[in-house]
Design a protein around this ligand. Structure first.
Ligand code: SF4
Length: 439
């Protein structure tokens, strides 16, 4: 089976970071199990390991500090056939410890990977719940006063039926990961590795040292026989099957009309400060209010004041199983930063795609149709481009009338944004005369 890694976002960690090894071991395990992208959901937590969800081309959910397991539980209960994998670091593990214990008691069919590198790497190398007492870290002496947490012993004591501990340099890591993925219950894999960006600066260790540390702490190899019991999701379904359902799902009432029979994917490529995500969200909310199925995927740098800002919005008349946009219907190119973030996409575009391109935004060669808009000439500032282009998108795609878009804006935007946004939407919708001049 082919790799499930995302070809548009090659992994980027500090040189020598062991997260990259874990990433490839997980990908190898997916391949061993013959899994396809739409069958897998990666739920990530905070920190550097939180980047895993963008590096795979699977379904993804990026969660809040220590809460990844809670989202994963909801996803698994709603989609029992999905392979749901949670990735967190030792930082998220400590913050969300209660959720880890609840997951052990519950035994829902999830796989938890803890990328354990003994510190909060992303935030500067502070001590975490697994930092050895003798280590030297950025939070001074605090770790000297607390005993580190033995994850495997703790989760086994709390009821986890499948527990593995390995060094990231271990030859059988991907084999152990595929066993964990296959296990029909809650599986925990504690992977010890190195953080050259922070921890190694004051604690020189080699891969051999990590192997030795794992050996000293003790290998865990899988089944914890005393904890074997029925998986929670199946038990829940069986229990519910004996009862009347107490809720009746009727869907969302449609308030607007949409002209869409199949799927329609738009990729917005902009920069921080251009309200790209707000415009994409409004596009998505208009579709929700029209009774369509919708997914929105957003991507932006942690440095919120600069860098790319990207949103992919998929609208569909039928339920959406896979939210990836392989061949976009429309690409809205608003800033160089966003365009450069997706270098591989352009060569794949065909005539089927329409590119709405800002006049001052360079894009690579492509075979798509193109409309060039001179925002400056129209008196539209950078921060208003995305909202204005939404009006144009509505008219060119024919999916929503301007009144539908305005109604959705009035229902969903805050008071302070509403009037100015509605003006921009109308201005964008009326682009016709102006853009014809500027093409
Ligand atoms: S800070 Fe540490 S964990 Fe984060 S990417 Fe760098 S080496 Fe990896």
């Amino acid at each position: 089976m082919p790799s499930l890694l995302n070809p548009s976002r090659p992994p980027v960690f500090c040189p020598g970071c062991s997260h990259e090894r874990s990433l490839h071991a997980l990908d190898k395990a997916f391949q061993e199990l013959n899994l396809k992208p739409h069958e897998v959901v990666i739920v990530s937590d905070i920190g550097c390991s939180g980047l895993f969800d963008v590096f795979f081309g699977t379904h993804a959910f990026h969660g809040l500090h220590g809460r990844a397991l809670t989202y994963a539980a909801g996803i698994k209960l709603a989609q029992p056939r999905a392979m749901v994998v949670v990735v967190m670091g030792d930082g998220g593990l400590g913050i969300g410890g209660a959720h880890v214990l609840a997951s052990c008691r519950r035994n829902l069919d999830l796989t938890l990977l803890v990328l354990n590198n003994f510190n909060f790497g992303m935030t500067g190398g502070q001590y975490s719940c697994t930092t050895p007492q003798e280590a030297r870290v950025a939070s001074a002496f605090l770790n000297n006063l607390e005993r580190p947490f033995d994850l495997c012993r703790t989760v086994a004591a709390a009821g986890a039926p499948f527990v593995v501990r390995r060094s990231v340099y271990s030859d059988d890591l991907s084999k152990k990961l595929s066993e964990a993925l296959r296990y029909p219950g809650f599986a925990v894999v504690d992977i010890w590795g190195l953080c050259p960006g922070r921890y190694l600066k004051t604690n020189p260790l080699s891969p051999k040292d990590v192997d030795a540390m794992v050996e000293k702490a003790g290998f865990w190899n899988g089944m914890v026989t005393d904890n074997e019991r029925p998986e929670y999701g199946s038990a829940y379904a069986k229990h519910l099957g004996d009862r009347e359902a107490t809720w009746n799902w009727t869907g969302i009432e449609a308030h607007l009309r949409a002209n869409l029979r199949a799927r329609h994917g738009t990729i917005f490529l902009g920069a921080a400060g251009e309200r790209v995500l707000s415009a994409a969200h409004l596009w998505a909310m208009t579709a929700v209010r029209a009774g369509l199925h919708v997914t929105q995927k957003s991507d932006y740098n942690i440095t919120v004041m600069r860098g790319p800002s990207i949103a992919e919005v998929l609208l569909s008349a039928a339920p959406i199983d896979y939210p990836g946009i392989e061949e976009p219907d429309v690409v809205v190119a608003l800033a160089r930063e966003g365009v450069e973030r997706m270098p591989d996409m352009w060569a794949r575009l065909t005539e089927r795609t329409l590119v709405i391109q800002g006049e001052d935004v360079p894009v690579p060669d492509h075979a798509a149709r193109k409309i060039v808009v001179d925002f400056k000439k129209m008196g539209i500032s950078r921060k208003n481009r995305a909202m204005a282009s939404l009006g144009l998108l509505a008219r060119l795609s024919g999916i929503f009338s301007i009144e539908a878009l305005v109604q959705a804006a009035e229902a969903t935007l805050t008071l302070s944004q509403r009037d100015a946004s509605v003006l921009l939407l109308r201005q964008g919708f009326e682009f016709r005369a102006t853009f014809e001049e500027s093409v």
